[in-house]
Design a protein around this ligand. Structure first.
Ligand SMILES: Cc1cc2nc3c(=O)[nH]c(=O)nc-3n(C[C@H](O)[C@H](O)[C@H](O)COP(=O)(O)OP(=O)(O)OC[C@H]3O[C@@H](n4cnc5c(N)ncnc54)[C@H](O)[C@@H]3O)c2cc1C
Ligand SMILES: NC(=O)c1ccc[n+]([C@@H]2O[C@H](COP(=O)([O-])OP(=O)(O)OC[C@H]3O[C@@H](n4cnc5c(N)ncnc54)[C@H](O)[C@@H]3O)[C@@H](O)[C@H]2O)c1
Length: 482
């Protein structure tokens, strides 16, 4: 029998965005309902940010051991116990998931419904075939899922997505990773460093999230030193062969090469989970991927009482974005019809490869669209001879900064660099504070640190903006190698 419920706010999804929306909406109303059709615990903690960073941490550790002889230190034979690696990953992952589960458990049962939600009309949701919810406002926070070509399913259990990797009990001997995007690069490099033979195949020539071709080329070059990576691969055949997969591809010499791998990992992108919500029953404006169009400041759709947050919004599929968007959407759903613009942060994304990858503020491609080719200034620094980076034998990478001629405003950055996660935070704070390049150069820099590489790039940008003298010889009063 169908149960009927009335709610002020109904939230579909209990991931990071859904939980943030729930908290924000509850500040306004008692009757807030959260619906979940999968396991509680969030994508980030269960199969996303946390387990991937745990895998990378183990891989970094193995890499350090391999690097030790470069410092005159010989730790002996490197043994990677795949079972122990995966056990630690799962134990720590479960600990993180446990924190989320505790938080979900603290929400009274009357506010939680388990099942698949879909729209019957603009104010009515059906949950499976057991509950009908009449809601004044709705937040769609349904996350995203991996997408890959349908015919790859013929590989059966030899075809994996990121979720499956984190369930391994042991490490396989070899994998082919399809998709040198963010997930593919993080997983692929980590597996390679853990002793798994890795081949990585892309489509269309793009590596990572970059839009600046010089930074992309630099990252690709460093990654290719470690494992096979063809960002524009011609894969001629891919067939299951017993418990393995045979792949024929055209190699760099233009010759067909055959490999056999234990698994194929599909890291070919993700799509928002909005296709099973019966949105067709609503008169809601959608983009060409079928995702409701939202105002990024309010997270409101063209149907004024329906909001979208997190990966479902098709804006920036990142954890802090899911959290920000969830808070804004939940607050607005709660205070509706008085909707307010929420605080949006400067764009910041980090990929945990080595060297790390980061994007801040406006991308190179966005600036080319806005200012035209050559209409904005560029400063750069290589990390090859950067003092602290060389000290640590991590002297790889390129940082490119963009600035606005005339105003001298710092506009954005793309980089592959040692400790890019920290450089990117400094830059994002400067971007959000609307600092000029001249102001950024008045800030303190310690010695010897990787951030001195940032100062070099800032000086170069200052010169490109024609606001400072050209850099001459290396600045010795700043410290050697800066
Ligand atoms: C491998 C990997 C690594 C990542 N690493 C990082 C990182 O290092 N840093 C970073 O910032 N981001 C990272 N991300 C991205 C980050 O995990 C996501 O942006 C974030 O988790 C999205 O949160 P969300 O709330 O939108 O979605 P989710 O947490 O996926 O929540 C959506 C929920 O909605 C539920 N749901 C869906 N449809 C329905 C329905 N119809 N009815 C009821 N419930 C429904 C789902 O079951 C799910 O629980 C990573 C992602 C992956 C996959
Ligand atoms: N560190 C982080 O913050 C982090 C880590 C992981 C994921 N994420 C988030 O998850 C999102 C999704 O990541 P993703 O890696 O799935 O997507 P992505 O869009 O970053 O990469 C997908 C890649 O697959 C390639 N591709 C598509 N079809 C292909 C095919 N048939 N064969 C070979 N290659 C193909 C694309 O060209 C692209 O390079 C990211 O945009 C990011 O926001 C963030």
């Amino acid at each position: 029998m169908l149960k009927h419920i009335s709610a002020e706010v109904a939230i579909i999804g209990s991931g990071t965005a859904g939980l943030a929306a729930w908290r924000a909406a509850r500040a306004h109303h008692k009757h807030v309902i959260m619906i979940e059709n999968g396991p509680y615990g969030t994508t980030c903690a269960r199969v996303g940010c946390m387990p991937s960073k745990l895998l990378i941490a183990a891989a970094d550790s193995a890499h350090q051991v391999r690097q030790a002889p470069g410092f005159g230190i010989y730790p002996g034979e490197l043994v990677i116990d795949g079972h122990a690696v995966m056990s630690r990953l799962k134990a720590e992952r479960d600990r993180f998931v446990g924190f989320v589960l505790d938080s979900v458990a603290s929400i009274a049962d009357e506010h939680k419904i388990v099942g698949h939600a879909r729209f019957q009309d603009e104010h009515t949701l059906l949950v499976d075939d057991h509950t009908r919810i009449e809601a004044k406002t709705v937040v769609i926070a349904t996350g995203s899922r991996p997408v890959y070509p349908d015919d790859w399913r013929r590989l059966g259990d030899r075809l994996l997505i990121n979720d499956d990797v984190f369930e391994w009990d042991r490490l396989p001997s070899s994998v082919a990773v399809f998709g040198p995007g963010v997930i593919g690069l993080e997983l692929g490099q980590a597996l390679h460093r853990l002793g798994v033979r890795v081949w990585m195949f892309g489509m269309g020539g793009k590596t990572g999230p970059f839009t600046d071709p010089r930074v992309m080329a630099c990252a690709e070059h460093h990654l290719q030193q470690e494992f096979f990576l063809d960002a524009d691969a011609e894969v001629q055949r891919m067939e299951r062969n017993g418990e393995q997969v045979d792949i024929d591809f055209c190699n760099a010499e233009g010759v067909t090469e055959g490999i056999t791998v234990d698994y194929v990992i599909a890291a070919t992108g993700r799509q928002p989970n909005v296709d099973r919500l019966d949105l067709e029953s609503l008169n809601i404006k959608r983009d060409d991927r079928g995702v409701p169009v939202v105002d990024p400041c309010t997270m409101q759709t063209s149907v004024a009482h329906i909001f979208v947050a997190g990966d479902a919004s098709n804006l920036l599929p990142l954890l802090h974005e899911a959290s920000d968007q969830g808070r804004i959407a939940g607050d607005n759903a709660g205070r509706y019809p008085e909707v307010r613009a929420g605080l949006r942060h400067s764009t910041l994304s980090v990929v945990f490869t080595a060297p790390q990858i980061a994007m801040v503020g406006n991308s190179f491609a966005e600036l080319e669209r806005r200012y035209g080719d050559g209409g904005f200034a560029i400063g750069q620094a290589s990390f090859e001879d950067q003092g602290r980076s060389r000290v640590m034998r991590r002297n790889q990478g390129l940082l490119r900064l963009y600035g606005e001629p005339g105003s001298g405003l710092f506009l954005g950055a793309e980089m592959t660099a040692p400790d890019a996660e920290h450089l990117a935070h400094l830059l994002a704070w400067a971007h959000q504070s609307r600092m000029t390049v001249a102001q950024m150069l008045t800030m303190p820099f310690y010695h010897p640190v990787v951030e001195e590489g940032l100062r070099t790039a800032l000086r170069d940008l200052h010169t490109s903006l024609r606001q400072g003298a050209a850099m001459g010889d290396p600045c010795m009063e700043c410290g050697v190698g800066s």
